[in-house]
Design a protein around this ligand. Structure first.
Ligand code: 4FN
Length: 430
C-alpha cells in the first residue's frame, strides 16, 4: 500500500488539491495516507529562508539545499521501510500511465516540489531517486504535479476506488481514447443519442463503442493509435472507417520529371533499379495503395513494367504484393488523374522549393488527411536535385524535411521515402 509524503513550502496548496473527491474521501476514511512536510520547518536562520540568489547571477531565486534536503530526509523517515524520492521537474521523464502503475507497487513515495526559478542542483544529486515531469509547460511550482501523481497512483490502491475500472486491466500503452458517453435525456437541444445505444443489443453496442474509440483515437491522437496493436476484431471494425484506413488511401510517386539537376536546370532523370525495388517494398510494408513511377521516357516505363513482370514470374508472395502496387505513368498529372482528386503533398529538403506552401509536421499532415474524409493522398518524391515547384501547382502541403544535426541532407530518395513513411505510418514503441 503506497503512502505519500509531499515536500512543499506551500502545504495549503497541496492540501487544497487533495482534500476533496475520491482522494479526499479515502484520506478521511484512513485508506489513503498523504502527509506534507514543509522545508521552512527545517531552516535554522531567523528569517526561516528557503531561497537565495543564484550563483553566477541571473533573475529570481533558487531553493537552498539545506532546508530542502533536511525536509526530504525527514519525509523519507516518516514511515518505516524504504522511500522512493521523486522530484517534480520540467527536466524529468514525462509521466506515463505505465510508470504510475509501477509507482503504485512501492510502499512510500516522497514527492518533492520546486518553487522560484528552481532547486539547487545538489538536491537532486544527493537526495532524489527519480525526476518526473507532467508535461511541457511552465508552472510556478511542482505542487500540482505532485497532487496529480497522488491522484493517479491512488486509483490503483485497494479501497480508494470502489471497483478498479476495466481500462486498468490492459496496459495503457496501446490503449485507446474513450468512446463517447451519453445519459438522459434521449434528445438534448436537438441532438439525439446514437440509436444503437438505446437499442439494447449489447453486442452491437460493444462493437459500436470499440469502433468509435478507434475512430476518435485516429482523429485526435494519431500518436496513440500508432502504438495500438490492432486485434483481428479491430481490423474488421476499422473497415470502411476513413480515419482508420489511412495508409490504403495514400500513394507515393517517384518523380523523374520535372526535377532539377545540380545546376538548377529542369531535367528528366533516369529510372534507377534500386529505387524501383526498394520503394515498392517500402510501399508494401506500410500498406499503401500504390507506387507511381513518373517518367516521360517511354522506354523507362516499359522497363519498369518489365521488372514488375519479372518479379511476378519469380512468384514470391511478398514480391507479388509489392509489384501489384507499381504503376508507371508519364507525368505527375497522369498520376493525379488516375487517383481522381487526390490531396497532393510534396517532399522537399529545401526551403526554397514550394516557398508559398505550408510545411507540415507528420502529425499536422495526419490531422489534415483525417479531415479530408476518404480523399486519396499522393505524396511526391523528387529524384535528382528535387521537384520543380512551378511545374506542379497541385501541391497543397509540403512535408517537413527529414533532417539530422548537420545542415546537409545526404539521404538518397529511396531512403527518404522509407524514413517519411515510417514517420507517418510506422508503429511506435509501446
Ligand atoms: N516548473 C520548461 C522549461 C524550463 C522551465 C520550466 C518551468 C516550477 C521550480 C521548475 C514544469 C512543467 C512540468 C513539475 C518549464 C513541473 C514543472 C512539471 C516545474 C518552479 C522550477 C518549475 C517544460 C516548458 C520547456 C518552473 C518547459 N512537472 N520551470 O516550468 O516544476 O512537474
Amino acid at each position: 500500500m503506497t503512502a505519500f509524503t509531499v515536500v512543499s513550502i506551500l502545504p495549503e496548496l497541496v492540501e487544497g488539491a487533495l482534500s476533496a473527491g475520491v482522494v479526499g474521501r479515502a484520506r478521511t476514511a484512513g485508506t489513503l495516507d498523504v502527509a506534507v512536510v514543509n522545508p521552512r520547518d527545517f531552516t535554522t536562520d531567523k528569517h526561516r529562508s528557503v531561497d537565495d540568489t543564484p550563483y553566477g547571477g541571473g533573475p529570481g531565486m533558487v531553493m537552498r539545499p539545506g532546508p530542502l534536503v533536511a525536509a526530504i530526509e525527514h519525509a523519507a523517515a516518516r514511515l518505516p521501510g524504504s522511500a522512493h524520492r521523486i522530484l517534480l521537474s520540467p527536466g524529468g521523464r514525462p509521466l506515463t500511465q505505465a510508470r504510475v502503475q509501477e509507482l503504485a507497487a512501492l510502499p512510500h513515495l516522497v514527492l518533492v516540489c520546486g518553487r522560484y526559478e528552481g532547486v539547487d542542483e545538489r538536491v537532486a544529486e544527493l537526495a532524489i531517486d527519480e525526476e518526473l515531469s507532467l508535461g511541457d509547460f511552465v508552472l510556478t511550482g511542482g505542487e500540482l504535479g505532485a497532487a496529480a501523481i497522488v491522484d493517479a497512483v491512488a486509483r490503483f490502491l485497494p479501497g480508494v476506488l470502489g471497483e478498479p475500472t476495466s481500462t486498468d486491466d490492459e496496459s495503457f500503452s496501446g490503449a485507446l481514447l474513450e468512446y463517447p458517453q451519453y445519459t438522459r435525456p434521449a434528445e438534448f437541444r436537438g441532438k439525439a443519442v446514437p440509436e444503437v445505444l438505446a437499442g439494447g443489443n449489447h453486442e452491437a453496442i460493444r462493437q459500436w463503442r470499440r469502433r468509435e474509440a478507434l475512430r476518435r483515437t485516429a482523429r485526435r491522437r494519431p500518436d496513440l493509435l500508432a502504438r495500438h496493436r490492432f486485434t483481428k476484431e479491430d481490423e474488421q471494425l476499422a473497415r470502411g472507417v476513413a480515419e482508420l484506413e489511412l495508409p490504403s488511401r495514400v500513394s507515393v510517386a517517384l518523380v523523374h520529371h520535372p526535377v532539377t539537376d545540380r545546376t538548377g536546370a529542369v531535367v528528366t532523370t533516369s529510372l534507377t533499379n534500386f529505387d524501383l525495388h526498394d520503394i515498392a517494398r517500402s510501399v508494401a510494408t506500410y500498406g499503401l495503395a500504390g507506387f507511381y513511377v513518373v517518367t516521360p521516357i517511354e522506354a523507362h516505363r516499359a522497363k519498369c513494367a518489365a521488372i514488375a513482370a519479372a518479379w511476378r514470374d519469380e512468384g514470391k508472395d511478398y514480391r507479388l504484393d509489392a509489384l501489384a502496387r507499381v504503376r508507371p505513368v508519364a507525368s505527375v498529372a497522369d498520376a493525379i488523374a488516375d487517383l481522381g482528386d487526390p490531396l497532393v503533398v510534396a517532399t522537399s529538403a529545401s526551403p526554397d522549393r514550394f516557398p508559398d506552401v505550408p510545411r507540415a509536421t507528420p502529425s499536422e499532415f495526419l490531422a489534415t488527411v483525417h479531415g479530408t474524409g476518404a480523399r486519396p493522398v499522393l505524396i511526391l518524391f523528387g529524384t535528382g536535385w528535387g521537384l520543380v515547384d512551378s511545374m506542379i501547382p497541385q501541391v497543397s502541403q509540403v512535408l517537413a524535411p527529414v533532417s539530422g544535426r548537420p545542415a546537409w541532407n545526404h539521404l538518397s530518395v529511396r531512403s527518404a521515402v522509407a524514413v517519411v513513411l515510417d514517420r507517418l505510418f510506422g508503429l511506435r514503441d509501446a
